[in-house]
Design a protein around this ligand. Structure first.
Ligand SMILES: Nc1nc2c(c(=O)[nH]1)N[C@H]1C(S)=C(S)[C@@H](COP(=O)(O)OP(=O)(O)OC[C@H]3O[C@@H](n4cnc5c(N)ncnc54)[C@H](O)[C@@H]3O)O[C@H]1N2
Ligand code: MOO
Length: 406
């Protein structure tokens, strides 16, 4: 018998997912593996930076007491390479040759740039300083950071610049949020494997890589991508196995009312069905349930619906595992082209947008057909045409989600 499903709105479905308890876990990893990971605790300066007075130029270090009556000859009492220290005091008219980045003698007040000096013929231990300098050319200890200063706030996505900064303080490890482990199950007897010969009635499993790449680029680990023929037992066996070792399982296809839509049955029999019908197109059959403590998001098999469902429901959850909110920026945009169709359900369209004079403008990007995938590469936003008997007027404001990475 045909099962009646209770449709809920997109917002209600998102709220049900948002109400789930998603545990954030912290792990310590090597700094070398931390690019794009989310910092879990504030990173603080372990000491003043720089932690010694540092020369900004190649030149000669002199005392304040000798900083007058140029040109004048100085006696060169040493050479300080970057990385070396210098532990004796400069005396009257004594100088030390110093390199950029090197430790400045404690009683030196200035570094005179090499260009302002001349060698003294036949006297290699003498140098003639022609003029003084306006600035001292010395970076004081603690100039950039004092011990305890905030380097990078918790919740920041680390990038090469940030990792350089942490390395400058001698860090080798960093505390980050653990990435969620996500398994993907695509279902359908019609699905071919890469390299198979095309056959009538069969299609290549494009949603497998689509979901895997979306999951990975949103900071999660794809542990496994499984492709199954429509077989109830096979689905159960794989789901059991993957639920046990993953934080989230994303399935694709088989959630509608067809004879082989086994995921629909599995969802109905689960510990907690969150939703299995949305007042939304495409992807009205998008489903979510919790079973044995693991969340399963069942996306529609239609590629357009699969893509939309991922961003509306899966992406925000993936971000929560690492203490973040969705990367999709929600804005109101002006509809620049009439969308003539009407629908009893809210319609989420794949679009493109421009920002003109501070106002977002949006339009349908090619197709609105849920089984079409030709526009996925060039889609930069999703936007909502609310359910209505009448088309929206031109320039109506529509709720829009700007997609990341575009
Ligand atoms: N009698 C009804 N039939 C359908 C209804 C309905 O309410 N009553 N809903 C329709 C809507 S709307 C949608 S959306 C689809 C959803 O179906 P499923 O999510 O169960 O997906 P499938 O039936 O398995 O496949 C739909 C479509 O997508 C293709 N597909 C499946 N997997 C992949 C993949 N990995 N890569 C690429 N393409 C895939 C599949 O071949 C089908 O063409 O149900 C409608 N039917
Ligand atoms: O809900 Mo479906 O994706 O419109 O064809």
């Amino acid at each position: 018998m045909l099962e009646r499903r209770k449709p809920i709105t997109i917002e209600e479905a998102q709220a049900k997912l948002a109400a789930l308890d998603i545990p954030q876990q912290i792990e310590t990893i090597s700094l070398t593996a931390a690019n794009h990971r989310i910092l879990a605790v504030d990173a603080l300066a372990a000491y003043d930076y720089p932690n010694f007075r540092r020369s900004g130029y190649d030149g000669y270090a002199i005392r304040d007491a000798d900083d007058h009556d140029f040109p004048k000859e100085f006696h060169v009492v040493g050479e300080i390479q970057a990385g070396a220290t210098f532990d004796h005091e400069l005396g009257e008219n004594e100088t030390a040759r110093i390199m950029t980045g090197a430790f400045v003698p404690d009683n030196a007040a200035k570094v005179i740039m090499l260009e302002q000096t001349r060698s003294v013929p036949d006297q290699p231990e003498q140098v003639k300083i022609m003029v003084s300098a306006n600035r001292d050319n010395i970076t004081p200890a603690g100039a950039e950071f004092k011990t305890g200063d905030l380097l990078i706030a918790a919740g920041t996505e680390l990038n090469p610049g940030g990792l350089g900064l942490l390395t400058a303080f001698g860090a080798t490890e960093v505390q980050v949020y653990r990435q969620p482990r996500v398994a993907i199950i695509t279902t359908g007897t019609e699905l071919l494997h890469p390299g198979d010969a095309p056959q009538p009635g069969k299609i290549f499993n494009s949603n497998g890589p689509l979901i895997a790449n979306l999951v990975a680029e949103n900071g999660a680990i794809v542990t496994e991508t499984v492709q199954l023929v429509d077989d109830y037992q096979l689905l159960q066996t794989n789901l059991e196995r993957l639920k046990a070792t993953n934080d989230l399982v994303i399935t694709d296809g088989g959630v509608s009312v067809g004879d082989f839509d086994y995921l629909a049955t599995t969802a109905r029999d689960s510990d907690q069905l969150l939703f299995n019908k949305l007042k939304m197109r495409p992807g009205s059959v998008t489903t979510a349930f919790v079973d044995q403590g693991t969340l399963i998001i069942a996306l529609s098999g239609n590629p357009g619906a699969c893509y939309t469902g991922f961003y509306l429901f899966a992406e925000p959850i993936l971000r929560r595992f690492v203490g973040q909110t969705s990367r999709c920026q929600k804005v109101n945009a002006t509809l620049t082209r009439i969308y003539p169709k009407t629908n009893g359900y809210d319609k989420i369209l794949r679009g493109t947008y421009q920002l003109i004079d501070g106002q977002y403008q949006v339009q349908l990007n090619g197709s609105d057909v849920s089984g079409d995938l030709g526009n996925l590469q060039s889609t930069t936003c999703l936007f909502k045409i609310p359910h209505s008997h009448d088309p929206l007027p031109l320039n109506a404001e529509v709720e829009t989600w700007l997609l990341p990475y575009k």
